[in-house]
Design a protein around this ligand. Structure first.
Ligand code: GUN
Length: 282
């Protein structure tokens, strides 16, 4: 079984991003900047935000962190986003999701200038993506496509199953696979007989959000398995990270699979850097 290493692909791409950031600075005098807004103290979100800041630093993108208390009002958050919309140093604004319950994420995302939306989560960017004329494409699904490209896994004519239908992963993932000429089915928590779909698929992208939900018996021999899940679980009193897939069962059965950690996760951040650079150069 081939291990599809997002760490490996990220290394190659981040090197290229760093070179392009330097070029943009020296030729156009533009220093790409990403503002990351975190509302509240969710521990997983704190780790993600820290990692995003570090990754920016690594490639020479300026990062600006805004930490707001969990009880921040919608109005105060709106004022911050408007300030960032008007700040010429900032080319990307990322509001870390999920937001505390009293804030409506669709409403909050609508305040971001779509030209400064590296997540591609505003209605305008989702629409452009859906039309096939994207300004930027959502980070996690684009990261998955880059992994497949890097390992020369052809998608054309293949049967791909995506598990999950979120705006941030499932829906755009299915769209990008279809644009690459796969035949795609979206499955989700209410799908009857899920295994009937996954067992026929050449490529399965799992974004179900359920730790260790799928294993060897769910895939056809020779399939390609991409695991978008990331969960912290306790095993024999020890804390460890796992995905939606029981990775240990796959060797000797499927053709290729992404590990957790080190698979899709690092690619999400890499694509965020790539999208921020793109927005800065537009
Ligand atoms: N929360 C988990 N993943 C993401 C992401 O890619 N973007 C944002 N804004 N929030 C997230």
């Amino acid at each position: 079984m081939k291990i599809l290493s997002g760490n490996e692909v990220s290394k190659v791409r981040r090197q290229k991003i760093s070179e392009e950031v330097q070029q943009l600075k020296s030729k156009k005098g533009v220093h790409p900047g990403l503002a990351v807004v975190l509302v509240g103290e969710d521990p997983a979100s704190q780790v993600y935000v820290r990692n995003k800041g570090k990754a920016c630093e690594q490639v020479g993108i300026q990062s600006y962190e805004y930490k707001m208390s969990a009880d921040t009002s919608a109005n105060d958050l709106k004022l911050l986003i408007e300030k960032l919309n008007n700040d010429d140093r900032v080319h990307g604004i990322l509001v870390q999701l999920p937001l505390p319950k009293h804030l409506n994420s669709d409403e909050v995302l609508s305040w971001i200038n779509p030209r400064k939306d590296p997540d591609a989560l505003t209605v305008e960017n989702m629409g452009l993506c859906w039309k096939g004329i994207a300004r930027v494409t959502p980070c996690t699904p684009s990261g998955v496509m880059k992994i497949l490209e890097h390992y020369k896994i052809s998608v054309e004519g293949k049967y791909a199953v995506v598990i999950g239908r979120s705006n941030i992963v499932g829906k755009p993932m299915a769209h990008l696979l279809q644009e690459a000429n796969a035949t795609v089915t979206i499955c989700h928590s209410r799908t009857n007989n899920l295994q009937e779909y996954t067992q026929r698929a050449d490529i399965v992208v799992v974004a179900a959000g359920k730790p260790l939900m799928l294993g060897r018996e769910d895939f056809k021999s020779g399939a390609v398995v991409v695991d978008v899940g990331i969960h912290r679980i306790e095993v024999n009193g020890q804390s460890k990270l796992c995905g939606d897939v029981r990775f240990d069962e796959l060797d000797g059965w499927v053709n290729a699979a992404t590990p957790v950690p080190g698979g899709v996760g690092p690619m999400t951040i890499t694509m965020l850097l790539e999208n921020t650079l793109k927005l800065a150069s537009l």
